[in-house]
Write a protein that binds this ligand. Structure first.
Ligand SMILES: [Zn+2]
Ligand SMILES: [Zn+2]
Length: 277
């Protein structure tokens, strides 16, 4: 009883978000503007997690090997300025792009990052093409048509296969938006989330996350961007993850300072969250 009361107090006392994008990648606000907004919103901990692709980068909106040192220097200076008011952590959202980049602990530790979110935004097709999962419904549908013979199930299976590859091959902290393939499925349905093959993919992926000891984020980013009225992972996926013993953090995946705690009130009690040290 005493332990659960302490735990409850801890949960109420800490307000944290570890998934934040700024002008260092595709976010609209500078780290400074975001930190000031975080203080106003009552955050205790703010983790920056710029998109990162190292060693190879196929896009210019990510932190790459060429600018990660400047990124870290900028955030460390900001952390020093807010010391005592807001704990600022310097992380990355590292893309797993098969044969190109990965959320590799040794690699990112060499730059001194505090933590790593591992995410899959691009699915490698058998013909070598990269299909963007969450860029737009149009690019997703074109990618499935041109590189998966129009077979949405094959695309979704490939997505989870590459999630599991990332989970089992690399050491990182937080698995980002684990069922990102749902992003457009509410407004532009392209596969059946109740199909038995899909549930099997969820089970296999939950087992891989548990076996690797990864924290999974409850990510409210699709709500702030108006694509879903729900978080990643879905309620049913979270139940499977929970039954495998997976732990959760609550993240907003904010791309602007106004979205820092989007729907946090709604999902605060959805899971028992843990906090990064
Ligand atoms: Zn992401
Ligand atoms: Zn993100």
């Amino acid at each position: 009883m005493e332990t659960s009361i302490l735990k409850l107090l801890y949960l109420i006392d800490v307000k944290a978000n570890y998934h934040t994008h700024s002008t260092w990648c595709d976010g609209v606000d500078t780290p400074e503007v975001i930190a000031e907004a975080a203080v106003k919103a009552g955050f205790d901990v703010l983790g920056f997690s710029s998109h990162a692709m190292i060693p190879e980068s196929c896009y210019d909106w990510v932190v790459s090997a060429g600018n990660i040192e400047s990124y870290m220097k900028d955030l460390r200076a900001l952390a020093e300025r807010f010391k005592g008011t807001l704990k600022i952590l310097c992380g990355v959202e590292a893309d797993y792009v098969r044969e190109e980049s990965a959320p590799d602990r040794a690699l990112f530790s060499s730059y001194g990052v505090d933590y790593i979110i591992g995410s899959v935004h691009l699915v490698r097709a058998d013909d070598g093409a990269l299909v963007p999962v969450d860029a737009s419904p149009e690019s997703l549908m074109a990618g499935i048509r041109d590189h998966f013979s129009g077979n949405a199930e094959a695309f979704v299976r490939a997505y989870f296969q590459q999630e599991r590859e990332m989970l089992s091959s690399f050491d990182f902290d937080i698995a980002g938006h684990l069922d990102l393939v749902r992003k457009f499925n509410s407004r532009h349905p392209y596969f059946d989330e109740s199909a038995s093959w899909y549930l099997k993919e969820l089970e296999l992926t939950a087992e891989a996350a548990a076996k690797a000891g990864r924290i999974v984020e409850v990510n409210t980013g699709a709500i702030s961007r108006g694509w879903l009225d729900d978080a990643y992972p879905s309620k049913s996926f979270r139940e499977i993850l929970r039954s495998c013993g997976v732990k959760f953090v609550l993240n907003s995946d904010a791309h602007s300072s106004s979205a820092l705690d989007c729907a946090f009130d709604r999902f605060a009690d959805a899971e028992e969250y843990i906090f990064l040290p």
